[in-house]
Design a protein around this ligand. Structure first.
Ligand code: 8YV
Length: 332
């Protein structure tokens, strides 16, 4: 019997890819690249399963080119690149990589918050530029993080992991979320629920952890930035498009807010030129989940889902993090 074909759009850990080989004809890309619609269609045309990254948009058009496709595993917890309704309608299962990255992304949110508030990137550029000829006592003054108020917009599992880290900093945590957390979780995270307006006005440092949805598009725009403290730091480790990047560039330029730490951008890998011009922003290329262990765990989880969808491995028949489990019920 011929093996089903799995297409892997991003090169990753060969030993993890090897787990697929006994059961699949593996077609793994060998370099990181952006696929034009026709290239994506050609690859999906022969695929029974696909492991894709966030740059691969799997929508009705892509699905129309994929007559054999039964399962798509996304290399990320956010899956706004997948049209789940269209996949479900076509009987195609889909999975993401929740939980395995929570702590690593929470670490990185703190890294960006601390770096932006304490001007780490800006100071390093200045030093490397050979400008350190003496120290000014009043130079490089930044904002404290310890003992301040940290706001979290979007309080899922990553938001909660960010909140738990605040204890050692003796910081106060406020949060806003579509739905309020159970009081036991609020207590465990020492986090207080407030409305969005209060969150914006009260936070010394505001961290965005929202999923990208049409409703969350530009959840932080000019009006929201104006409602923040002029000394505040904004951190986005969620998705490009949640912040209006043009409005952020203006806010950083005119002192509407103090600083920003941004890992995700509208239209990335392009970055708004107005952000590149600013010194009071720490910029990184979407790396919040990029620790060695966590990227391996994400790849392992994606592979586990594909194996399980085709009846193999420890979760045979039950992909552990399937997003549309009804598809399996319909197939049986
Ligand atoms: C990416 C992410 O998946 O999990 C997410 O939603 O945004 C990241 O972890 C990662 O950059 C791989 O593309």
């Amino acid at each position: 019997m011929t093996k089903p074909t799995v297409w892997i759009s991003r090169p990753f850990f060969p030993d993890i890819v090897d787990r697929l080989r006994p059961h699949f004809d593996v077609r793994a890309e060998t370099e990181e690249r952006k696929f034009a619609a026709a290239e994506l269609a050609a690859r999906l045309a022969v695929a029974d399963a696909a492991i894709v990254g966030l740059a691969e948009r799997i929508d009705a058009t892509a699905i129309a080119a994929a007559p054999r496709l039964r399962f798509v595993a996304n290399l990320g917890v956010g899956y706004n690149n997948l049209d789940i309704a269209a996949l479900t309608g076509a009987g195609i299962g889909a999975s993401n990589t929740p939980d395995v990255l929570n702590e690593t992304v929470a670490d990185y949110a703190w890294a960006l918050m601390l770096a932006a508030a304490r001007r780490v990137g800006e100071a390093e550029r200045w030093l490397r530029d050979g400008q350190w000829h003496g120290s000014r006592f009043e130079g490089w003054l930044g904002a404290d993080v310890h003992g301040r108020t940290i706001g979290i917009l979007g309080m899922g599992r990553i938001g909660q992991a960010i909140a738990r880290r605040a204890v050692g900093f003796r910081a106060r945590v406020l949060y806003h979320n579509r739905s309020r957390l159970a009081s036991a979780i609020e207590r465990e995270c020492a986090a207080t629920y407030v409305d969005k307006a209060t969150l914006l006005a009260s936070s010394d440092h505001l961290i965005l952890v929202l999923p990208y949805t049409p409703e969350n598009h530009h959840a932080i725009g000019a009006a929201e930035l104006a409602a923040m403290k002029p000394t505040a730091t904004l951190v986005n480790i969620a998705r490009g498009g949640i912040v209006d990047d043009a409005a952020l560039a203006r806010a950083l330029a005119d002192g509407t807010i103090g600083a920003a730490g941004i890992d995700v951008f509208e239209g990335e890998p392009a970055v708004h030129p107005g952000l590149l011009e600013r010194q009071n922003i720490v910029l990184s290329p979407h790396i919040a989940s990029a620790s060695r262990d966590t990227r391996r765990d994400m790849a392992t989880l994606a592979v586990d889902n594909v194996l399980a969808a085709f009846g193999h491995g420890p979760h045979a028949g039950q992909p552990p993090t399937i997003l549309n489990p009804g598809v399996l019920a319909d197939a049986s």
